[in-house]
Design a protein around this ligand. Sequence first.
Ligand SMILES: [Zn+2]
Length: 488
Amino acid sequence: MSAFRSVAAVTGVKHCGRRWEQENMADVEEPEKKRRRVEELPEKMAVDSGCRDTGDWEGRWNHVKKFLERAGPFTHPDFEPSTESLQFLLDTCKVLVIGAGGLGCELLKNLALSGFRQIHVIDMDTIDVSNLNRQFLFRPKDVGRPKADVAAEFVNNRIPGCNVVPHFKKIQDFDESFYRQFHIIVCGLDSIIARRWINGMLMSLLSYEDGVLDPSSIIPLLDGGTEGFKGNARVILPGMTACIDCTLELYPPQINFPMCTIASMPRLPEHCIEYVRILQWPKENPFGAEGVVLDGDDPEHIQWVFQKSLERAAEFKITGVTYRLTQGVVKRIIPAVASTNAVIAETTCRMYFLFLFYSAYIPLNNYLVFNDVDGLYTYTFEAERKENCSACSQVPQKLQFSSSAKLQEVLDYLTENASLQMKTPAITATVDGKNKTLYLQTVASIEERTRPNLSRTLKELGLAEGQELAVADVTTPQTVLFKLNFTS
Ligand SMILES: [Zn+2]
């Protein structure tokens, strides 16, 4: 389990390859030589010029036909080779790619080259210069523009017949009717909250008749994730196979070192850097006026933290504090590695293919991990559904508390429980026939008004055995219902 835990630690952290890029580039070439090399580059790269052909040429889809029009040793017994599959792929199939970053660029390229022509892409980010080492659909002139727009332009220009529609938005900006139009959704995200939200959205699209799932309401979700040299790719059939929330325990909580360790018993170089960042910076205000915020992108700030961390490390005989580690800790950087993105995107796209025509191949069942930190290791296992998963199980969630427990304890449970991990839960209940907000923290005025409830007991709040509590949170588009169960 622990191996999975670390490998599945994909995400939650904003990926950034700037540091990695700078240092590696500097190692290989002297600055002057590099500058000349860059200046000599023609304005456009060969791949930037679009392809003049507009239609299909002979043999264009031969590579795809090999998969769709003949059986093979791994094909499912029910598979019937057909020429119609290619036509479906070219003309009908509609796919949504979420994320146009490191993974997203790879996914878009792979899908477009495999014959998918109706692709939508959502990304809320703009292009930063540090993205350019691996997000290969972007050029220096694109810095500052929306990733979705530039990625769509590039692919449409380069691949005849492909129509990528960009959305420079958040996934939360769209409703059910938008998501319902797709045959499949592919995620290359770097946030667990966004993954859980889209997972919840797909669950809300499911329809059940007499408790039986209508298979036509299922939109498969393929999810890729990378973190440095580790990555994973998985297939989710909403309502049928393990969902993101079923395996929430795989995502480790964000690492925060205990303050007592940082303050008095540091053991790791990271502890020393955290000490300077959290305690020494606000106390010494090295850059003038009080309240200057430590900026991870300011080399002078990082240099100051680095020097002070070295002093603290020397005091406790700890080695390993470097400038690079300092910036990594301050910015919570996990280096992005282009090759990992390529492997994971390729795997995700291949799964996409297998799934779409899933009678064609025995589907990957259902979770692949990839790790080339030390040698190369890859493995698949079947993630199992959780019987009482709050996102996909249809089983009412239980909250077991004593009637003298305070609302604060319920709130802590919702945020700290490994299988719930909510962020800012808002709790409402129907008391005496009236809908009552017990606690809501996202609106300051309501937070202030409901805060006293946190120190009241469930009984004092008028809640009874079997009472339903409705909980809303950023991790899901739906309200989660909990049934209150009083323990004696
Ligand atoms: Zn689930």
